[in-house]
Each structure stands twice: as structure tokens, then as C-alpha cells.
Design a protein around this ligand. Structure first.
Ligand code: GLN
Length: 498
């Protein structure tokens, strides 16, 4: 327990503090980073276990970083995130940390270097509070494909938290960490954010470096933050974003301050509502919450216009050609030779590869490798892969047209709220369709976010998706922040987590 009465008060309040508030507590020295870190480590080791939200926790390592953060502050050199615990998806290499990507094939892999995003958080003085559970190689929408078992949704432990960044979303929702990182290839930040009732942002492709982030589908993968508020996402982006020469798709742009527009009025903002998002398919209580959120924006002075994304219906099939194609290539490096799991018994080299990969990968990963190898093979390449590339361009073009009429696009993040564990696990197509509203954004390389916007009839959170034009993150964060100044959904906590 903390030493003084004064810090005991702050300690009790810590549960639902935003990053901004926590930073103020640290700056005023009412609490130390060691105290904050111990507080969240206790939660990670308690409720975090029940929810299965983390793959690795290393309290000693976290506390070393917390002490260093306190020392930095004592020297007067602290920044906005110094001393703040952040949970990282287990897809990011973090030096000295087990980095498994939730796969058996990497179950013994200790990263020898930091991903660029991790390096930036370390430089900012943030503390790694643990590595979060996820779908194996980020392939999934429910966090059920993890080698380490499913994550439970803190709002209802019989339901999924969403995926693939399910551990990160559950960690923020259950207040196991004040913020987390995730990655989004087809919706894996936004979809779990929606199902777990937190905020998540997938930046424009190329804004956050992919260096040290285990690759799934390189032309789609993008890292981003999960947190309680739009403002906190902005603070996270201020750390994570930036050029990195080690990622050939990293964009060299002047650094941005993502908090710069937070307090701007949204009066006159044109919100595009895509007809295709509001057509059949959305659960009625999700539709109601989204309508209410849009009405709230109208109250704030925004205008709404109907837009059309006619090729959006092709996004799931296009994605399930392109993402597996890239995955089949990216995952060829896991061969039991240089690092990771190797089958204990084998004959010749080919047999070693076969046994290692047969034992090391789970069913969904194997399915993707098979589909990917198929669509890239001679005779099918033109019919599937090339065709999908062409359609990808058409899908991106739809957004170009839509943004001629509006400033941001809004709609649901997901067609339903959190579904039951096991409900879709045996039906890949049903599972794939839970990303129907998010995938097109990745295919186009656009930024997208999800923010809490109410609850469905069984008290599970609903996510509102905000899609911006290229590099419109600051504007989207402004939109989210203004909504959160007027509403209180984002500060609600699941019952029984305190
Ligand atoms: N659910 C999608 C898939 O399984 C997207 C995953 C992701 O964004 N990483 O591929």
C-alpha cells in the first residue's frame, strides 16, 4: 500500500483516471510511477488472470522502468506519458520480453530488440505493464484463436472481447491498464474497442512504423492506441507516430501534435452516412445507439449527408484473398530453424519444417496459409489475387468520392455487440463478417476509430465508427473529444471490476 494518506486517496481514485488525469497526478507528485505501476500490476495479476487478458507479465521488469521514470521526473525531465503503465499487444517485439504473437510457434521467443513503437514508448518514459493476449498472429475477431486461450469480455465474461487485439481492449475496459496498443489489419483495433466499450484508433497506413511488429498482412497492418477517451488516444499518438527508416512504408512527414484540435467546435462539420452501412445487417439495438449518436452530433451543430460506398460489399471477399496471400508469405519465416518452436522429433530437413509448422500453428493460421498459397499459385494468381488487387482500388476510390461530400464518415463499428464465446468459432465465414464495417478502411489505407456510443438491450457496449480522410487523425480525435464532452458513455465501467 502507498505510504501516505494523501497518496492513499489518489490510489483509490486511480481506477478510472484518464491518461491525462494520471499524468497530472504524477506531475503533482501525489503518486509515484512505482505506486501507479504496482496498482495496475495488482489488477493485472488479479482480474487480469480471470479475464486471461495477458500473455506475459514481468513485475520486476515493469518496476525497474517505473523507478527509472520516477528518477527522470525527479530530474525535471518528464513528458506527458512518463511513468504511465501501458499494456502492449503481444505482436510487438519488446527487448527481453517473451513475444509470442499468441502462437505456439513463438511460445519460446524472447525478443532481442524493440519494435519502433515500443522504442518510442520507452523513450517517453512509459512503463510496459505486460504483453496482452490476442488472436494467433492477429488472425481473428474474437480472441479465440490464441494459443493461450480466449480472453473474456469484462462486460460479460460469457462473451468475447473482440479480436484480434482482444487482450488490449479487455485490459483497458477492465481498468487493468490505463491504455494499450493494438494492431489493425481488418478491424482488430476498432472491433475489440467496440465490443469491449473503449476507444481505439487505427491511423492512416504508414503513420506508425511496422518495424518490430510481427507481420500478418503487410499492406494492411497498422498499429494504434486503445484508451478510455479520444484525448488519451491523441496523447498515445503523440508518442507512437513518426517516421522510421526501417519500415519502407513508413511515411516521412513533419511530426504532428494530435491534441491540437481537440477543443475545436464541430459546428458545420459534414458527417457522411454511407447508405450501405445502414442497410440490413445491423442489429436493431446497435442501429438505435448509432442513430442516437448521430443525433447528438446534429445537436452539436454537425450536418449529415448521405454518401455511398457501392463496392463495400466486396471488401470482405477481397480482404480474404489479399490478407491470406500476404500472410502465407510473411509466415514462411517460421520454419523452426532460426528461432521459435521446433518439433522435438523429425527425420530430414523437409520433415522438420512440416512437423514444426504442423505442430506450431493453430487451425485458423493454417487455413490462411492454405488460402494464401492457393490464390498466389500459378493459374489462380490472375483469377484471385490480381482481381482482388483491382477491386481494392475500386473500394479505395469509393472513399475518395465520398470525401468530396463530407468531412468524416460515421456508422457502426460492428454489426452486433459482443457475441458468446464459441458462438462463431466453428464458422469462419460468420466470424469474418463481424469485420464487415471495418475492413474497407484498411484496404483503402484510411484512418478509422471506434468510440463507445451506448449500450444494447443486454447491456453490452456499442461502438460508433468514425472514418477520416488520409491524415485526418487530429480531426477525428476532435470529433470524438467533442462527443465525449457532451456524453458520458466512455467513462462507464463494467460492473464488478473495482
Ligand atoms: N478479423 C480480421 C482477420 O481475422 C482482422 C484481423 C486484424 O485486423 N488483425 O483477419
Amino acid at each position: 500500500m502507498p505510504p501516505s494518506v494523501q497518496s492513499a486517496v489518489a490510489y483509490a481514485l486511480m481506477l478510472n483516471l484518464t491518461l491525462k488525469q494520471l499524468a497530472a497526478e504524477l506531475a503533482s507528485k501525489r503518486v509515484s510511477s512505482v505506486e501507479v505501476t504496482e496498482y495496475f500490476l495488482n489488477r493485472v495479476n488479479g482480474l487480469g488472470k480471470t479475464l486471461n487478458a495477458f500473455i506475459s507479465v514481468d513485475a520486476e521488469r515493469s518496476l525497474v522502468a517505473a523507478r527509472a521514470a520516477d528518477a527522470l521526473r525527479a530530474k525535471g525531465a518528464a513528458g506527458p506519458l512518463t511513468g504511465i503503465p501501458v499494456a502492449h499487444k503481444d505482436i510487438f517485439c519488446a527487448k527481453g520480453w517473451l513475444t509470442t504473437c499468441a502462437s505456439k510457434i513463438l511460445s519460446n521467443f524472447v525478443a532481442p530488440y524493440d519494435a519502433h513503437a515500443i522504442e518510442l514508448f520507452n523513450q517517453a518514459g512509459a512503463v510496459i505493464v505486460g504483453k496482452t493476449n490476442m488472436d494467433e498472429f492477429a488472425m481473428g475477431s474474437s480472441n479465440e484463436t490464441s494459443y493461450y486461450g480466449p480472453v473474456k469480455n469484462p462486460w460479460n465474461v460469457a462473451t468475447v472481447p473482440g479480436g484480434s487485439s482482444g487482450g488490449s481492449a479487455a485490459a483497458v475496459a477492465a481498468r487493468l491498464a490505463p491504455a494499450a496498443t493494438g494492431t489493425d489489419t481488418g478491424g482488430s483495433i476498432r472491433q475489440p474497442a467496440a465490443l469491449s466499450g473503449v476507444c481505439g484508433l487505427k491511423p492512416t497506413y504508414g503513420v506508425v512504423s511496422r518495424y518490430g511488429m510481427i507481420a500478418f498482412a503487410s499492406s494492411l497492418d497498422q498499429a494504434g492506441p486503445l484508451a478510455k477517451t479520444g484525448e488519451d488516444l491523441a496523447l498515445m499518438m503523440n508518442v507512437m507516430a513518426g517516421f522510421d527508416a526501417r519500415d519502407s512504408t513508413s511515411l516521412e512527414r513533419p511530426p504532428e501534435n494530435y491534441t491540437r484540435d481537440l477543443s475545436k467546435s464541430v459546428r458545420g462539420l459534414r458527417i457522411g452516412l454511407p447508405a450501405e452501412f445502414f442497410a440490413a445487417g445491423m442489429a436493431p439495438d446497435v442501429a438505435r445507439a448509432i442513430d442516437e449518436a448521430v443525433a447528438e452530433f446534429r445537436k452539436l451543430g454537425c450536418e449529415t449527408v448521405e454518401v455511398s460506398l457501392p463496392n463495400m460489399k466486396l471488401s470482405v471477399p477481397v480482404y480474404y484473398v489479399l490478407a491470406p496471400a500476404e500472410a502465407s508469405s510473411n509466415l514462411s519465416r517460421f520454419d523452426g530453424v532460426r528461432y521459435g518452436y521446433r518439433a522435438p522429433e523429425y527425420g530430414d530437413l523437409a520433415d522438420m519444417y512440416k512437423k514444426t509448422r504442423a505442430q506450431g500453428f493453430g487451425a485458423e493460421v493454417k487455413r490462411r496459409i492454405l488460402i494464401g498459397s492457393y490464390v498466389l499459385s500459378h493459374g489462380y494468381y490472375d483469377a484471385y489475387y490480381l482481381q482482388a488487387q483491382k477491386l481494392r482500388r475500386l473500394i479505395a476510390q469509393d472513399f475518395v468520392e465520398a470525401f468530396k461530400k463530407c468531412d468524416v464518415i460515421m456508422g457502426p463499428t460492428t454489426p452486433t455487440t459482443a457475441f458468446k464465446l464459441g458462438e462463431k468459432a466453428g464458422d469462419p465465414v460468420q466470424m469474418y463478417l463481424s469485420d464487415i464495417y471495418t475492413i474497407a478502411v484498411n484496404l483503402a489505407g484510411l484512418p478509422g476509430m471506434s468510440i463507445p456510443a451506448g449500450f444494447c438491450n443486454n447491456n453490452l457496449p456499442v461502438g460508433l465508427q468514425i472514418i477520416g480522410n488520409y491524415f485526418a487523425e487530429a480531426q477525428m480525435l476532435n470529433v470524438a473529444h467533442q462527443y465525449q464532452q457532451a456524453t458520458g458513455w466512455h467513462m462507464r465501467m463494467p460492473e464488478g471490476i473495482a
